[in-house]
Design a protein around this ligand. Structure first.
Ligand SMILES: Nc1nc2c([nH]c(=O)n2[C@H]2C[C@H](O)[C@@H](COP(=O)(O)OP(=O)(O)OP(=O)(O)O)O2)c(=O)[nH]1
Ligand SMILES: [Mg+2]
Length: 319
């Protein structure tokens, strides 16, 4: 992991290790911060400051033993969140606890609750946690549809993706227009909902609104023109980014996640210079947003993507 402990990329930000602990029903554990503490009264994911000679994982292991009485056995990075509270800058290194022994208890008298990820309300948490909650509610795969010349073949492709378990789909159809396009989007949404999947419409907030889709995927060009109001009104917002400046813009506009490309060489954009995982990791470490890796990805690259700081992988392949 590139950005833990003393190596933190955020200069003098306070490095914090934060853990997502689950129970057998897949609910996550939250604790309430005592009123007198920084961000007191809000709910948090358990964790605490990383000491100088610790990694995020060793700090989390110590903190969860102290605060909850459990022994962490295995973790996986979820997201890193730089955030400036005005009175303090923090860099949250959020790890999913994959395995632990013991039964969590509030050893510091902190109230505990177990919630499904759907029930996590950002308003109950410190502001930096909005990105953590987004990351927990987003899947490992973001499927971008191919363009459509044959609606029935296109719908068969969507159906196969949904049956494979894909839960976040981007409708990116440019070859159709007017009622043909909106009818296809409406049918795509119906099928997504039948599988508990969410549909985002590429570049077309009006179409998203008219069919009741979950949200919009904004193009990089649209991000330059958007207001925070547009983003709020859109529901779930994703955006296409190719640089640190675009990631910073997406974050300041309040998007829920970004897609950063091209990570590897792709046939669809042969002219673009691939970022490679090193550059990708560096840029992602500086944004609070969950970021999908796009460009030359295969669905089973998510493991490598996670290790590079990504939320997961996006792509058309396998659709
Ligand atoms: N543990 C945790 N800290 C969070 C979360 N979100 C968030 O903004 N923070 C901030 C609040 C604090 O400024 C900082 C954590 O520092 P802390 O002082 O609570 O750490 P600690 O557990 O080592 O506390 P202490 O022993 O010093 O009392 O990170 C979260 O979900 N969990
Ligand atoms: Mg703590």
């Amino acid at each position: 992991m590139p950005n833990t402990g003393a190596e933190g990329v955020s200069g003098d930000a306070l490095q914090v290790a934060v853990g997502v602990v689950r129970d057998a029903a897949d609910r996550v554990l939250i604790a309430q911060r005592a009123p007198a503490r920084h961000q007191g009264g809000y709910w948090e994911f358990p964790g605490g400051k990383i000491e100088p000679n610790e990694t995020a994982e060793s700090a989390l292991t110590r903190e969860l033993a102290e605060e909850l009485g459990i022994t962490v056995q295995a973790t996986r990075p979820l997201i890193c969140v730089p955030h400036d509270y005005g009175d303090r800058r923090v860099y949250l290194n959020v790890l999913e606890v994959l395995d632990y022994t013991g039964v969590p208890a509030g050893l510091e008298e902190q109230p505990l609750r177990w919630l499904t990820t759907d029930a996590l309300d950002p308003a109950a948490f410190p502001a930096a946690n909005r990105a953590i909650i987004s990351a927990l509610q987003l899947p490992l795969h973001y499927v971008i549809s191919p363009d459509c010349t044959d609606p029935s073949a296109w719908l068969a492709g969507l159906q196969a993706a949904l049956q494979r378990g894909e839960r976040l789909i981007q409708f990116r159809v440019r070859a159709l227009a007017g009622s043909d396009r909106s009818a296809l989007a409406a049918e795509a949404l119906r099928r997504c909902h039948a599988h508990g999947a969410r549909l985002l419409i590429n570049g077309d907030a009006a179409l998203a609104r008219s069919i009741g889709a979950e949200g919009v995927h904004w193009t990089a060009a649209q991000l330059q023109q958007l207001s925070r109001q547009d983003v709020l009104a859109a529901g779930v917002s994703g955006g296409s980014c190719h640089s640190p400046a675009e990631l910073a813009l997406a974050e300041s506009l309040g998007l829920d996640f970004a897609v950063l490309s091209p990570v590897a060489a792709t046939r669809s954009h042969p002219e673009a210079t691939p970022l490679g995982w090193g550059q990708f990791t560096q840029w992602v470490s500086e944004t609070a947003l969950p970021v999908y890796a796009l460009g030359g990805m295969r669905p089973d690259d998510w493991d490598q993507a996670r290790a590079a700081g990504a939320q997961g992988v996006a792509g058309i392949s396998g659709f």
